[in-house]
Write a protein that binds this ligand. Structure first.
Ligand SMILES: NC(=O)c1ccc[n+]([C@@H]2O[C@H](COP(=O)([O-])OP(=O)(O)OC[C@H]3O[C@@H](n4cnc5c(N)ncnc54)[C@H](OP(=O)(O)O)[C@@H]3O)[C@@H](O)[C@H]2O)c1
Length: 255
């Protein structure tokens, strides 16, 4: 029931970090992948690497906040593969700042990429999944949907708001599309090393020491530790699970 061989997955934010890792992990399980992000060269390099694993991979340059680019990207995927089984809505940005320091452009950037991006990509993928009467949508939120911190490095009010919105959006979608054989679930990661965190959170010894003391697992996540949950929500193992979220944070949010 965890078998993903031969499935077609669209992964947004596949050019680095968690999206890149997920794309490689899917490919190792026999999934054909469409890689979406803005940095085309990175996607093309990754597509080449993935093709050596014996599956198909296409690189599709796409800004998820721009409707015309999203529409054309999904058309490209359907022309190439004929269907879409899995949508991993992973693209995201972590803008720092509180309501008293953010400017409106920063606020809009968080909302446009982290929330509107999921809306737009889903807008073009859901009709295809409805026709198929099958689809697995996996949205990436964050523990920052429900955890905040007074520590300066963690003050990201627009990120908090956008990631909480992902949970609400996922529930709405889940309720509407279950009747079409589509599940919509959310993953809330804790701390993973990626472009988003390597020059910020991972650079601060003070932050890391505090994290390790607070976190029951006493460490950040290791590379690939999100993929089991991604596979669960992407496969028929979760066929009767929808509108739910799983927190992958080494227990940080329970203490
Ligand atoms: N790392 C963590 O500890 C952590 C924790 C909780 C949640 N998350 C979430 O996990 C997801 C992946 O983040 P990451 O940690 O892997 O960070 P990352 O390495 O910075 O990756 C972010 C990805 O999103 C893409 N992206 C950003 N804006 C985009 C846009 N407008 N259109 C299309 N793609 C866009 C980036 O590609 P381009 O720049 O090429 O467009 C990149 O591939 C995010 O949603 C993040 O909020 C991460």
């Amino acid at each position: 029931m965890f078998d993903l061989k031969g499935k077609i997955a669209v992964i947004t934010g596949a050019s680095s970090g968690l999206g890149r890792d997920a794309a490689l992990a899917y490919a190792k399980e026999g999934v054909n992948v469409a890689l979406l992000a803005r940095r085309a060269e990175k996607l093309e390099e990754l597509a080449k690497e993935i093709e050596t694993l014996g599956v198909k991979a296409i690189a599709v340059k796409c800004d998820v906040a721009k409707e015309e680019e999203v529409k054309s990207a999904i058309e490209t995927v359907v022309n190439e593969f004929g269907r879409i089984d899995i949508l991993l809505n992973n693209a995201g940005v972590a803008v720092r700042g509180g309501v008293d320091t953010l400017n409106n452009d920063d606020w809009d950037k968080s909302m446009n990429i982290n929330v509107k991006g999921i809306y737009l990509v889903s807008k073009y993928v859901i009709p295809i999944m409805k026709q198929q009467n099958y689809g697995k949508v996996v949205n990436v939120s964050s523990i920052n949907a429900f955890l905040a911190d007074k520590n300066d490095i963690f003050i990201r009010h627009s990120y908090n708001a956008s990631k909480a919105a992902v949970l609400g959006l996922s529930q709405g979608m889940a309720a509407s599309y279950a009747q079409y054989g589509i599940t919509v679930n959310t993953i809330c990661p804790g701390l993973f090393e990626s472009e988003m965190t390597e020059n910020t959170l991972f650079k601060s010894q003070e932050f890391l020491s505090k994290y390790n003391i607070l976190c029951p697992a006493s460490r950040p996540a290791k590379r690939g530790e999100l993929n089991g949950t991604i596979f669960y929500f992407s496969s028929d193992a979760s066929s009767y699970v929808t509108g739910q979220y799983i927190v992958v944070d080494g227990g940080l949010s329970i203490v």
